[in-house]
Design a protein around this ligand. Structure first.
Ligand code: MTE
Length: 355
């Protein structure tokens, strides 16, 4: 990692960290710049005894060793992994979010993932009638509500064709912190469904009952007065929303007055193409188009650039984007605020001083 970049660590145990500023000169994030979001320590998985269990509504349950998995063919997919907590710190202007990590715009990275199409593994187990969801459970050991269990979550069976059981990131075996030896990559969805250290795949008629599907990663707009931190009545997050961020200039940076270059990333929701990126020199009153300089692939961000005339003084620069679904980004965080502070895709603003 070059000296221009540093590692931001968001928790005392050091499971959650990211590199800042983000790289904006290439589509793919180098592995040593990748963000890490884990709810417990990375488990040491022994590749010799590792088994991927497949059970539930299947006609042929299995426990596949790495040698068994090597018989499946693999493919490579570029995908941007984005944490649902990205940009949570902007919600803090509206009040505290106790117990939640104050991620800025850094909880996002793009990798080239190689792995087995999940559909092939599921097909080999022969899906039984009634299966509608694919549940994943990791081999880590998270503690919540006095219980210890593996992190988990589920996706709709209809999403199965997009998903990879990845064993490689950027041409090398998955590092321990990113899920060695195998993780799911659910492109276009929030990072929480891309379960690391994958130990079990369960086909079921219902979504996962795992804590991280039923009690976290849900958008609940109104707090429950009797239990204000509880989001079990909210909507489970699936697709990550359309989003765009200014990476340059940095927040509170002093820039030279005149033509100021802005750069950043934009990504459509659920694999949809970004159709426009616009930047504003005055906090969202006027807008001018930005140019996509490094176009993304289906499941990745795109990198954009624009130049704004910025006179002397303090200014709020902003970015917003639209995507092929017709979705746009809301002007402010009051419109997206939710109890656990997820999925912030309000116009992204940075304040700069021009001299
Ligand atoms: N998988 C397991 N087993 N345990 C976890 O804590 N965190 C999830 C997901 N998969 C997690 C997990 C979350 S919230 C995110 S955003 C991504 O992993 C982060 O992946 P990364 O650490 O490789 O960047």
């Amino acid at each position: 990692m070059s000296s221009n970049h540093r590692r931001l660590v968001h928790d005392p145990e050091g499971f959650n960290s990211a590199t800042w500023p983000l790289r904006q000169d290439q589509l793919v994030t180098p592995t040593d710049h990748f963000f890490t979001r884990s709810h417990a320590a990375s488990p040491a998985v022994d590749p010799d005894t590792y088994r991927l269990e497949i059970d539930g509504l299947v006609e042929r349950p299995a426990g596949l060793s790495l040698a068994d998995l090597a018989a499946f063919s693999t493919r490579e997919v570029s995908a941007t992994l984005v944490c649902a907590g990205l940009r949570r710190e902007e919600y803090l202007a509206l009040g505290p979010l106790p117990g939640e990590l104050p991620w800025g715009p850094e909880a996002i990275s793009t990798g080239r993932w190689r792995g087995i199409p999940l559909a092939d593994v599921v097909r080999s187990a022969r899906v039984a009638p009634g299966a509608r969801y694919v549940q994943f459970t990791g081999l880590d050991c998270v503690e919540r509500q006095g219980r210890r269990f593996g992190f988990g979550g589920s996706i709709d069976l209809a999403k199965v064709d997009d998903v990879l059981l990845a064993s490689e990131l950027n041409g090398a075996p998955l590092p321990a912190d990113h899920g060695f030896p195998l993780r799911t990559i659910v492109p276009g969805w929030i990072g929480a469904r891309s379960v690391k250290w994958l130990g079990r795949i369960t086909l079921a008629a219902e979504p996962s009952a795992n804590y991280f599907q039923t009690r976290a990663y849900r958008v609940q707009r109104e707090p429950d007065p009797t239990n204000p931190r509880d989001v079990s009545g909210g909507i489970a997050l699936g697709e990550a929303p359309l989003n765009a961020v200014v990476l340059e200039p940095l927040r509170d940076q002093t820039v030279r007055a005149g033509a100021v270059r802005l750069r950043g990333w934009a990504m459509g929701s659920g694999g949809r193409a970004v159709t426009s990126v616009e930047v504003s020199p005055n906090g969202g009153v006027d807008w001018v188009p930005a140019e996509i300089t490094i176009p993304g692939e289906r499941w990745t961000w795109s990198l954009w650039e624009a130049t704004l005339q910025v006179p002397r003084g303090r200014h709020v620069l902003a970015v917003r984007a639209t995507d092929a679904s017709g979705a746009s980004m809301p002007p402010g965080v009051a419109e997206t605020w939710n109890v656990k502070g997820y999925a912030n895709n309000a116009w992204h603003r940075v304040t700069v001083q021009a001299e």
